[in-house]
Design a protein around this ligand. Structure first.
Ligand SMILES: *Cc1c(COP(=O)(O)O)cnc(C)c1O
Length: 367
């Protein structure tokens, strides 16, 4: 059996260093916003090529806090419209609602699955105040076009980089491609903790200052509250774990890229649409390797029978989610097609060539 994602195997090489990190924390006796959080924030800012990193509790909170931060700075207000891709993990859209803003769903391109700048332009209204591009599956959105539209119309650009740690466009990394970015270190992400964790990156010093307070009850100085913030601090132990894994992130992403190149070269089946390969100046980090297949259920059964676990990212478009009746009128045909046809193959930093060969053989034998 080739599992979709073997988190035990991914984390096993770190067992000793994780134990040492725990011992260090026990010895220090400091458990909230300590040295490990600071060290990770510094290292991750450097990794992304930005001035500021603010560690937070998870990826959803990272996005909510960015929006709340801009509200505190007077750059956003309740009711403002935020353009988000119509096909994304629900967190991108939930964050906008939680901040009291109005998400406007924008159609993606069928080839890249990414938000389409032409569709962004069509949806800009007098109420639009921000664009929230999602670097879905690890591939960078067309940030040159998006940033140009944002400049023309005076909009903020907030990256959802939860699937794209280390991805880059023309050498500039995700996290540094907009005004601010939200990251998740959920265990299954390219950089994953052993629990929930997240971060915000930005070059905006005023936003960063507000965010350091907002994630900690809105307090800069203990017991003095400048804002009505959240308790959304990056956990000290998770930060220590992430510090052990961050130095290997580039190599891990390289391995994913090699697996993706292998799949792209070896999969030969007319019933399967392979994902578009990125251009030379883009560094895609292949959080997921996503195919489109017309008869998805039959394909997935075939893969299961061949001993390959596959997954769907994601089965239901946000506009059809039960908890989001507000989005019903914003459905879009391209998104519906994507959600009906996508299937994800196993890919990770520890997937072996032998397993990748089994995956290829299984896909190629589907008829
Ligand atoms: C995982 C993910 C999030 C949210 O991250 P959590 O840490 O689970 O809150 C946000 N956006 C996208 C695109 C994601 O994949």
């Amino acid at each position: 059996m080739v599992p979709f994602l073997d988190l035990q195997k991914i984390n096993e090489p770190y067992r000793l260093s994780f134990h040492q990190a725990l011992d260090k924390m026990m010895d220090a006796g400091w458990f909230i916003l300590g040295k490990a959080v600071q060290e990770f924030e510094h290292s991750f800012a450097q990794f992304c090529g930005v001035q500021h990193c603010i560690g937070v509790a998870n990826g959803l909170d990272a996005l909510i806090l960015i929006l709340e931060g801009y509200k505190e700075l007077g750059k956003l207000k309740v009711g403002d419209e935020v353009l988000v891709p119509a096909n994304t993990y629900i967190a991108s859209i939930l964050a906008v609602f939680k901040a009291g803003l109005q998400p406007i769903l924008v159609a993606p391109s069928l080839e890249t699955f990414l938000i389409n700048p032409k569709e962004i332009e069509r949806n800009i209204s007098s109420k639009t105040k921000a664009i929230l591009p999602v670097h879905l599956y690890g591939q960078v959105c067309d940030m040159a076009a998006i940033n140009q539209l944002a400049r023309q119309h005076g909009l903020l650009v907030i990256e959802d980089a939860a699937q794209s740690h280390g991805a880059a466009s023309s050498g500039v990394r995700c996290g540094a491609l907009g005004d601010a970015a939200g990251f998740s270190f959920y265990p299954g992400k390219n950089l994953g903790a052993l629990g929930d964790a997240g971060a915000i990156t930005t070059n905006d010093a005023r936003l960063a200052e507000a965010l350091f307070a907002l994630r900690n009850y809105g307090s800069e100085k203990k017991y003095y509250n400048q804002y009505k913030g959240l308790n959304s601090r990056l956990d000290e132990l998770q930060a220590a774990f992430l510090m052990q894994k961050l130095p290997n992130l580039d190599a891990d992403n390289q391995h994913r890229k090699a697996i993706a190149a292998f799949y792209s070269a070896k999969i030969k089946n007319d019933l399967v649409n392979l994902p578009a390969m990125p251009s030379e100046q883009e560094q895609h980090v292949w959080h997921l390797f996503v195919l489109r297949v017309a008869n998805r259920q039959r394909f997935m059964q075939h893969m299961t029978d061949a001993g390959i676990q596959t997954m769907i990212h994601y089965p239901v478009p946000p506009s059809q989610q039960q908890g989001y009746p507000e989005l019903k009128g914003m459905s879009c045909p391209i998104t519906d097609t994507i959600h009906q046809e996508v299937v994800s193959l196993p890919i990770s930093n520890i997937l072996t060539v032998a397993d990748a060969e089994k995956v290829v053989a299984a896909v190629n034998s589907y008829h």
